[in-house]
Design a binder for this molecule. Sequence first.
Ligand code: SF4
Length: 360
Amino acid sequence: MDPRLQKIEQKIAAGERLDRDDALALFTTDDLFEVGRIANGQKEKIHGNKIHFGVSLNINHTNICSLRCPICAFSTDKDADNAYFLSQDEISARVAKATRHDISEVHIVGGLHDSISLTYFKDMFAEIRRIAPAMNINALTATECDFISRKEDIPLDRLFTELKEAGLGSMPGGGAEILDETIRQQITPLKISGERWLEVSKAAHQAGIRTNATMLWGHIESYADRVEHMFRLRELQDQTNGFKSFVPLLFHPQNTQLSHLSKVTSAAEILKVYAASRLVLDNFPHIKALWMYLGLKFATVVLRFGADDMGATSYDERIVHAAGSQTTSVSKDKLVYQIQSMQLIPYEVDSNYRLIKKHA
Ligand code: SF4
């Protein structure tokens, strides 16, 4: 075994935290299966054979976005032919339809522009609650919350109090990308800084709203950038304990301004990202392998490399679809089958990991 992995395994057994050199070793070692064995051991210590998944409706309410980030295949300009902005009636119709399909959660993220406001979301949440009172509302990235806060001059604590009262149940973790500023300048130059992303997440946690944290990887970042990203998240989690899940997102260059970056990622590289996430982020309960980014079958392999969550059915998803994903929703039965095929037990949950059903 790679002696660096031996040292890592000893540290974990002794209850010591991994440092930056250890984290780098997890990315640079050739001993893929040993990395997987150690990460799977940690996953099993916390979750046993459980694998979590959700049954969700996605609402991407608008693709109009003033930021037009180079990494984004989804956004467009206001006057473009493919621009859309869903009305409350259209959103209500989608939610009403979802109630006929056993859907327990609605996941809402979209672009940033003038028509977006706190009132728009409060009205939307009220309408969702009226149609489906038990449905968890998992909505708004830290980027969107910062946008509303600045546009309407509402301090973050008040914004989160009002959103929570309106029905916000949890927040997804989008917009973290890679927290390092030199990387952000190239991939998302107009988006909030990494520091601000952490500040908004912290304010959400302090308001009692639990969130996820993403890492968009596989573009121009180095291993050291990934490691630093994870350590900044780990530090904030030590303070707030407000993150539920870490969500590595493999960058899909198709249809983005960075489409010249060829996709050179290997399966080994993907597996190491999940294993390193489990081992470095020792204070994150969940590591999410979104099947939509990895492909349904490959995502099940990741479940043996540290991940304990496969994402959700994601009915009506548009963002990953815009970046070339062939399949953007899957039936609950298929997810259950894929998880069981790895001799693991599917636990159907919402974004706050409240159990909906154990599929024995
Ligand atoms: S990534 Fe988000 S903020 Fe950036 S252009 Fe796309 S929708 Fe807008």
